[in-house]
Design a protein around this ligand. Sequence first.
Ligand SMILES: *[C@@H]1O[C@H](CO)[C@@H](O)[C@H](O)[C@H]1NC(C)=O
Ligand SMILES: *[C@@H]1O[C@H](CO)[C@@H](O)[C@H](O)[C@H]1NC(C)=O
Ligand SMILES: *[C@@H]1O[C@H](CO)[C@@H](O)[C@H](O)[C@H]1NC(C)=O
Ligand SMILES: *[C@@H]1O[C@H](CO)[C@@H](O)[C@H](O)[C@H]1NC(C)=O
Ligand SMILES: *[C@@H]1O[C@H](CO)[C@@H](O)[C@H](O)[C@H]1NC(C)=O
Ligand SMILES: *[C@@H]1O[C@H](CO)[C@@H](O)[C@H](O)[C@H]1NC(C)=O
Length: 678
Amino acid sequence: MPYYSNPLIPLLLLSSCSLFLSCQSFEFVNNGFNNSNLDLAGATIIKPSGALRLTNNSHNVIGHAFYPTPIPIFNNSPNSSSFSTYFVLQILPSTSNNGGFGLAFTLSPSPSFPGAAAGHFLGIFNSSNDGIPSNHIFAVEFDTVDGYNEKSDSDGNHIGININGMNTTASKSASYHVEGTQSREEEVWLEKDGPIQAWIDYDGVKKIVNVTISPLEVAKPVRPLLSEVIDLSLYLEKTMYAGFSAATGQKSSSHYILGWSFRLNGIADPLDLSQLPVVPIEKSSPSNVKLRKALIATFSVVIFILLGVLVSILAYRRVMKFELLEDWELDCPHRFRYKDLHKATKGFKESEKIGAGGFGSVYKGVLPATGVEVAVKKIMSNNPLQGMREFAAEIESLGRLRHKNLVNLQGWCKHKNDLLLVYDHVSNGSLDSLLYNSKNGNFLTWEQRFNIVKGVASGLLYLHEEWEQVVIHRDVKSSNVLIDRDMNARLGDFGLARLYDHGKTSHTTNIVGTIGYIAPELTRTGKASKSTDVFAYGILLLEVACGRPPVKYEADRNVILVDWVLECMKMGSIFEAIDAKLNSMYVTEEMELVLGLGLLCSHPKPEARPTMREVMKYLNGDEMLPMFDKLSLAGSRRVDEITSRFLALGLTDSITTTTSYSSSSIGMISCSSFDSGR
Ligand SMILES: *[C@@H]1O[C@H](CO)[C@@H](O)[C@H](O)[C@H]1NC(C)=O
Ligand SMILES: *[C@@H]1O[C@H](CO)[C@@H](O)[C@H](O)[C@H]1NC(C)=O
Ligand SMILES: *[C@@H]1O[C@H](CO)[C@@H](O)[C@H](O)[C@H]1NC(C)=O
Ligand SMILES: *[C@@H]1O[C@H](CO)[C@@H](O)[C@H](O)[C@H]1NC(C)=O
Ligand SMILES: *[C@@H]1O[C@H](CO)[C@@H](O)[C@H](O)[C@H]1NC(C)=O
Ligand SMILES: *[C@@H]1O[C@H](CO)[C@@H](O)[C@H](O)[C@H]1NC(C)=O
């Protein structure tokens, strides 16, 4: 029948009513909602964004939203009246597993449902009126739980036509038909695939109910999901209320309608999809948190494998679809679009990975809009990010820090549970790799090293004293110092440790930092300060001078760099501590300054450490290091004099204090610091 293959035919059939018969016209279209469009009942609210939320994700709640006036569907010509409705729904399950129970487009004689039950009854019926002809109710259910009339509730993902009760007249699992040479059914996950379009068309002449769904980016499929011959005029009354009902039960989801149009005797108007409200991701209620934790613990392995498979198969197509934004996110100037970052890093391709640390992996990328090279740090978390709003405020503020010796934070983006941080791309790698893995023979000269430590000091001074608020770095170390094309130092990852703490709900004092750089008082009090940053900077100075990591496993024991330098000094051979790779090519005064300042900064007593401003003065030669001031007459005894000066300052305390690193304090250090310490 070629006649019927023309997609315009239904349109002609439907509109023919108004041409040949005296039937009523009635229509409305809502791209998002406001409080004057609908009558709400139960848990239903209209969000400020215009999204209609039928239920929140509490257990056993019911929500209704109905067009305020009855629609005269079968008033004039019961044998030929038609209607068509089109809406966009979105279901967000309360747990990472399946939620429930579902929502239904409903035509009913009354907009209220006294005594209706939650759960499987979707807030429309209850066990005593289920299936009774006097209900006069037609509903199309979008149900996410199976098992009505059965012992157990299993995950459902189906769409059904219901008349007067919950036993469906027809039902199919949610999918849509793709035409073409290889025509096929594509499954749609009501809870996971973001907003879903739905069309319900009733042809009153041929008595056919069609139900069609598709994801938002797929136009209305030609072939409906359900096409049933039903004469609705036999069941319904002359005028009917149209609207939505939703319910949760033991399982719960937030059920949303984002837009809705309806027309009697014609095709429902299209919705302007770009105008539809965006649904915020909700935090689940505390009772769900426990449940989720238990579920995550039990099924994490399974989920992990499934996720891996899913992600690899669906990655590009599905992941990119929608970016769910919370209202406040719109005010953040440093927020990047996930799409752009995904594109910039070629989909976080393994080949673009330039590093991995305790906080996550780092990818190199080129921003599509500007062509600017960036480094994108991806911090993955298995749990939804807690306190994301505070996070963002803090990142926004860090994003305003600008200094030539900092790896500037350009922005951020939240995607699902991941946090993405966008930094300047710094080309020459990290200081530790240049100090210890000088494979290509490009080891650092003394001039470069001295310039680098000055740069780090300048960046740290800016964080401590020159910006509008004090920023404690909390993880100063050689692997966080990046070297740019001109061999200048750029300090990275500032403030991040603090952010990371935010994510934890517990108030236990986790020490964030890296073994070997943690000041002794930090292990006792857990409180980071400018002075603990200075301590770590001191270790970094020694590292640069000696070409040795802060803790080195040697001859069956961990050798602590500070102790080792002091020991060399006590034996009167401090110059033996100096990096042999330098091959004695250094400026003695500068070397002494760096070693001396390194020891002073890593003094076990915080009050003995200089501030970063003083450090700058020493490095610039504006002031003499305290122990050098009387050593202007350089002579053969100079080394001994320096040594005795150091010893007089009580630096040897650190030998006893710092040895505690290797034993007791390690237990207190969080995993992240272990990773980042590598
Ligand atoms: C509410 O929506 C209706 C129809 O969508 C529109 O005519 C009306 O102006 C809106 N009212 C407000 C206060 O936005
Ligand atoms: C969900 O809605 C119900 C009914 O309005 C209310 O009692 C409950 O507190 C809400 N739950 C949450 C988590 O907002
Ligand atoms: C509607 O159809 C029924 C039988 O299908 C018939 O008895 C009735 O007369 C028709 N009514 C109108 C108004 O056409
Ligand atoms: C079921 O619903 C009907 C009408 O909606 C109401 O009269 C009746 O009390 C309800 N039954 C129960 C058990 O709640
Ligand atoms: C629904 O169908 C089941 C079996 O198919 C039947 O046992 C039950 O009575 C029906 N319920 C109603 C309310 O019609
Ligand atoms: C319902 O779907 C069938 C195809 O299965 C189509 O022929 C018919 O025109 C559709 N009717 C309406 C009202 O969309």
